[in-house]
Design a binder for this molecule. Sequence first.
Ligand code: PLP
Length: 394
Amino acid sequence: MNSSEIIARSDRYLFQTYPRIPLALVRGDGTRVWDADGRSYLDFFSSTVVTVLGHCHPAVTRAIETQARRILHVSNLHYSEPQSRLAELLVTHSFADRVFLCNSGAEANEAAIKLARKFGHDRGDGRFEILTALGSFHGRTLATITATGQEKVRVGFEPLPEGFRYVPFNDVGAMEAAVGTRTIAVMVEPIQGEGGIVVPKPEYLPGLRELCDRRNLLLILDEVQTGMGRTGTLFAHEQAGITPDIMTLAKGLGGGVPIGAMLATERVAGSFPVGAHASTFGGNALTSAAAVAVVQTLLGEGVLAHGRAMGERLRGGLERLRATQPTIRDVRGAGTLIGAELTMPSASVVERCRQEGLIVNATAQTVVRFAPPITVSAAEIDEALAIFDRVLRS
Ligand code: PLP
């Protein structure tokens, strides 16, 4: 099938819920992808900030091939080796004591929300409310659109579950002022991704940690977008020198296969006894095997450091462009999650970049999101910068 056939068939039969650009991809290798007509592109979007190790990373492909020959799916009423390995790896390399495996970011956040509520219920002090940040994004289920601090995702889906309130991001004082007698948790992204790559001040996360400790609240970090090496460390909160009580992961975790995780300390995890939560496919043998390969690869010598170096090269290049291109208002981010805020809507720039062979993404109206795999090469970054420069000049 060529691109126009794929696009026509998709538009005819699928729900039209996505603002798609006319690009039908059939193959990927590292940072490069090919469309159905044989044209190649640099994927600086990592297919929605997912392929943190690039497309078809050999270790991930090998793990999937091997597991597919053994067993694809094992019931969560039984045990599977890939799941046990993944949970051990995540616990060993994080603050957490226990892992709940699921299939997506929204599900990981649902699990976190349920766990926080159940923790409050078990404590018996009538607390269930979760404070989240304006501009945040936590997913598309009913509870996670309610947790999301953007009205546009909630309109028309009322009545929404109760127990969420929104507070300005990057303002510990505002968060403290919002804490009420019903509040059980504070839930934020370390860097707001969909909100436009909004990086808080360095003292924000430590301030929230201190607030949560002082007011006996849980700190939930949504690292669905920032986790798995995306911001230069395995998890973004490491750079703030704090740990949460609950953390959620997805996107990069499976290297391209759908898997999510909710991690917590033992104290909190105790509120999820047998029967409290479940998922048929959560931590499926195939997806867990892929995720094990992702985590092991990320932990390999020099891999995260390479991502940091490439992130700095990209950011430095964008900063240099900014000095000559008045349309770039701001450059911000961490690791290989970088936003270039423009003085105009970013969608047309993103489309021009695609026509020139560079896939980036428009978010928060005026921001161009750059999220290449952390395995990206210096030459690929320079090529992407040259295309972006050319597009902005035209
Ligand atoms: N949380 C954050 C921070 C996200 O960026 C996203 C997706 O963009 C989600 C949650 C939802 O993840 P999913 O689309 O896998 O449900």
